[in-house]
Ligand binder design. Structure first.
Ligand SMILES: [Zn+2]
Length: 622
C-alpha cells in the first residue's frame, strides 16, 4: 500500500480543475516552472506561490469533495514538509506502539510548527481556523457552560455576528465534544478549529479574571525556570539559547550543532518576570524596555561555572533574549581531531603552526568553528617555555597557562588599548581574536615582523579572500607576503548519524550543482541518515570541519607581490602549491560517508569544478 505523494497531488489538482478554481494553462505553467527548479517543489506549492490558487480555494474544494486527502500528503503538497520528513514521521508512527496520530508526531518532533499544522488541518477538514482569545469569545455563552466541561472536551464558543453560533474545537471530529457543545449552545453550531493550547489557555484566563487572581508569577518560580533553561542548555551542549516572546507564548530554542531546535514553550504571562530576572543577573537596566541592551552572566552550578553573554533585542512582542554560552568545556582541543586530512594536517603543523614567527589566519563566516581551531593551535603550542597572550572579544574558552584578556568596551577596555599593551608583555605567541580593521591588521603584521607568532581570525569566504582583504586594508603587498605564513579557511558540516546511515546515490541535479561528473566520483560511498531517535530524526549527529589550507610558498608570494587577481592566485595555488579547495575537501568527506552532499551544497562555496575524487584522495594522503 505504498502511495507516492504524486498520486494525491493529481487528486487535489484534479479536484481544483474540476470545480474551476484553476485552469489547465495555469497547471501547465506551474509544471514548466517545476522542471526548471533544482530542488523538488510540489506543484500545488508552485500554484500557490504564483497566486493562481489560495488556501481558501483548497479548503472550499476539499470541503465539498467526498474523497478525503490525507493530512501528511497535503502537507507535502503545500510544501510545508518534505517527502523525507513524511517518511520519517510515518516510520516513527510504526515504530511506536502508542497509536499516536501522524499530526501529533509531526508536531512533537518539530517537523512542523503546531499553529501552522492546525491551519493546514483546517484546510484538510474544511473547517476555518481561529485563534481564541478573551476578545473574540462569546462571554455570555461561556458563563453558561461549566469550565470543567469545556476543559474536558476542549471547546469554547466564539463571538458571532450572524445568527449561527460558532464553536472552536481542538478536534471537530470528536463526536462526543460536538454533542456536548450542542447541548449548551444549541443544535445549529458551526464548528471551527483551534489549537488545543489556545482553547485551554483562554478558558483558564477566563477563570482567573473572574477570581481576580493576579497574573504575576512568583519570583521563586522564575528563578527556577531560568536556572533550568540554562542547565538544560549546558546538558545538551548548546551554543546559544534563544528566548523569544511570541503573541501567545514564550518560545525557548537551543542552537545545537549549528541548528536551532525547539526546547520548550512557556506561558506568555511569565515574560515580564523572566526578562527582569535575566536583567538582574547580568546587571542590565531593568527599567529600560525600549532599547536593545547587552550584558554578561557568570553562572555557577554543580560542575563549575559558565560565562554567558546576553543580548536583549526589542521586538514587537517584547524583548527577545539570546544567551551565548561561553567558556564551555571543549573536546575539540586536539588539532589531530578537528578533521584535517593527514597531508593537510602535517602541512599545517610544519608550515604554519610550528613556524617560529609569522601570521596564521583562520577564516570563515560566524559559526564556522574558527575560534575552536585557534584554540586547538594554542593547545598545540602551549608549553612552559612559551608565553602566550590573547585579546578576545569575549574569551570563549578558558585555557590554563594562557594569559587571556576579554575585551570589554563597557569599562573602556578596548581592543586598541589592549593591543597597545600586549606587545610590551614580552609574548612569544599573540592571539588576536579577530582582525576587523586596519589597526588590528597593522598590529598583527608589525608583531610578526618583530619575530612574534600571531594567530587570528578573519571574516572571509575562502583562504584567498583572506589575503585580498588584508591587501584591501592598505597593508602593503610586500608586508603581506613576508609576514603571513598561511590562511586556513573552514566550515563546519553536519555529520551523518552513525545509527541510521544508509547508502545514498547522488542525483543528476546534485552532480550538476557540484560541477562534477559521475565518472569523476568513481569510488565514492555517499551516505545519508534516515533519521532515528538518536539524532532527533534529523539524520545528523555532531559536526566535522572542512578546510582549505593556503600556504604562502614562493609561487603564491610572487603572485601577491605582482598584485595578481584572486582568480589568478587561486589558480596558482591549486596548480603549483597543492591547494585543496573547501569544495574538494567537503566532497572527499561526503564520498567517505562522513557528511552528505546536501551539506556540501548548503555550506561550501563552489568557485571552480572539483578535480576527480581519485586525485583528491591522493592529495589528501588517504
Ligand atoms: Zn540517526
Amino acid at each position: 500500500m505504498t502511495e507516492q505523494p504524486g498520486d494525491h497531488l493529481s487528486t487535489i489538482i484534479r479536484l481544483l480543475l474540476q470545480v474551476g478554481k484553476i485552469s489547465r494553462q495555469q497547471v501547465e505553467h506551474a509544471a514548466r516552472i517545476q522542471t526548471k527548479l533544482t530542488t523538488f517543489t510540489p506543484l500545488l506549492k508552485i500554484l500557490k506561490d504564483l497566486k493562481f490558487v489560495a488556501d481558501q480555494d483548497v479548503r472550499d474544494t476539499l470541503r465539498t469533495t467526498a474523497s478525503p486527502v490525507r493530512i501528511g500528503d497535503l502537507l507535502v503538497e503545500l510544501g510545508y514538509i518534505s517527502p523525507e520528513d513524511l517518511e520519517a514521521a510515518i516510520r516513527i508512527q510504526k515504530e511506536s506502539d502508542s497509536q499516536e496520530k501522524l499530526g501529533r508526531i509531526l508536531v512533537k518532533h518539530n517537523f512542523i510548527d503546531e499553529q501552522l499544522f492546525i491551519e493546514i488541518l483546517s484546510i484538510q477538514m474544511g473547517y476555518s481556523f481561529i485563534e481564541p482569545s478573551l476578545t473574540n469569545i462569546d462571554r455570555e455563552l461561556c458563563d453558561r457552560i461549566p469550565k470543567t466541561v469545556m476543559l474536558t472536551h476542549n471547546f469554547i464558543p466564539i463571538k458571532s455576528d450572524d445568527r449561527a453560533v460558532r464553536v472552536a474545537f481542538a478536534d471537530p471530529l470528536d463526536h462526543e465534544a460536538v454533542q456536548t457543545a450542542r447541548r449548551f449552545c444549541g443544535e445549529g453550531i458551526v464548528p471551527v478549529i483551534a489549537q488545543i493550547r489556545s482553547i485551554r489557555k483562554t478558558i483558564e484566563l477566563l477563570t482567573e479574571k473572574k477570581a481576580g487572581k493576579a497574573l504575576a508569577m512568583d519570583t521563586s518560580t522564575v528563578v527556577g525556570t531560568v536556572n533550568t533553561i540554562i542547565l538544560e542548555a549546558i546538558k545538551s551542549k548548546a551554543s546559544d539559547i534563544h528566548i523569544e516572546p511570541m503573541e501567545d507564548r514564550l518560545q525557548v530554542r537551543f542552537r545545537e550543532d549549528g541548528v536551532l531546535n525547539h526546547f520548550k514553550d512557556f506561558p506568555r504571562e511569565i515574560v515580564p518576570a523572566l526578562v527582569s530576572r535575566l536583567k538582574i543577573m547580568c546587571q542590565a537596566d531593568i527599567t529600560e524596555k525600549r532599547r536593545h541592551q547587552g550584558g554578561r552572566i557568570l553562572f555557577a552550578y554543580d560542575e563549575g561555572q559558565l560565562d554567558l553573554r546576553v543580548s536583549f533585542f526589542v521586538t514587537i512582542h517584547g524583548e527577545k533574549i539570546v544567551l551565548r554560552l561561553l567558556n564551555r568545556k571543549q573536546e575539540l582541543y586536539d588539532l589531530q581531531a578537528i578533521g584535517l586530512t593527514p597531508r593537510m594536517l602535517s602541512r599545517f603543523l610544519e608550515d604554519a603552526v610550528y613556524q617560529p614567527s609569522g601570521v596564521l589566519l583562520v577564516t570563515g563566516p560566524t559559526g564556522s568553528g574558527k575560534t575552536s581551531t585557534i584554540y586547538s593551535c594554542i593547545h598545540a603550542l602551549k608549553s612552559p617555555q612559551v608565553s602566550i597572550i590573547t585579546a578576545e572579544e569575549p574569551v570563549e574558552y578558558v585555557i590554563e597557562g594562557v594569559a587571556q584578556c576579554s575585551i570589554d568596551p563597557k569599562i573602556d577596555l578596548t581592543f586598541e588599548e589592549t593591543l597597545r599593551h600586549i606587545v610590551r608583555q614580552d609574548p612569544d605567541v599573540i592571539v588576536i581574536g579577530e582582525i576587523r580593521d586596519t589597526y588590528s591588521a597593522e598590529v598583527a603584521v608589525q608583531a610578526a615582523l618583530t619575530g612574534h607568532k600571531v594567530l587570528s581570525t578573519f571574516h572571509t569566504e575562502d583562504s584567498i579572500g583572506g589575503l585580498i582583504r588584508l591587501l584591501n586594508m592598505d597593508i602593503a603587498p610586500f608586508l603581506v607576503s613576508s609576514t603571513v605564513v598561511s590562511v586556513l579557511a573552514q566550515r563546519l558540516l553536519r555529520r551523518v548519524c552513525p545509527h541510521c546511515s544508509v547508502d545514498a546515490k547522488p542525483t543528476p541535479v546534485q552532480i550538476q550543482r557540484l560541477r562534477t561528473t559521475v565518472r569523476d566520483l568513481d569510488g565514492a560511498a555517499f551516505k545519508k541518515g534516515r533519521g532515528c531517535s538518536q539524532c532527533k530524526q534529523t539524520g545528523y549527529r555532531g559536526r566535522i570541519g572542512v578546510f582549505e589550507l593556503l600556504v604562502l610558498d614562493e609561487p603564491v608570494r610572487t603572485a601577491i607581490l605582482e598584485r595578481r587577481t584572486s582568480y589568478e592566485i587561486r589558480t596558482i595555488s591549486i596548480n603549483q602549491s597543492g591547494l585543496v579547495t573547501l569544495l574538494e575537501d567537503g566532497l572527499v568527506k561526503a564520498a567517505a560517508g562522513v557528511t552528505t552532499i546536501d551539506e556540501v551544497l548548503r555550506c561550501l562555496p563552489i568557485l571552480s569544478p572539483p578535480r576527480p575524487l581519485i586525485e583528491l584522495r591522493r592529495l589528501a594522503g588517504e
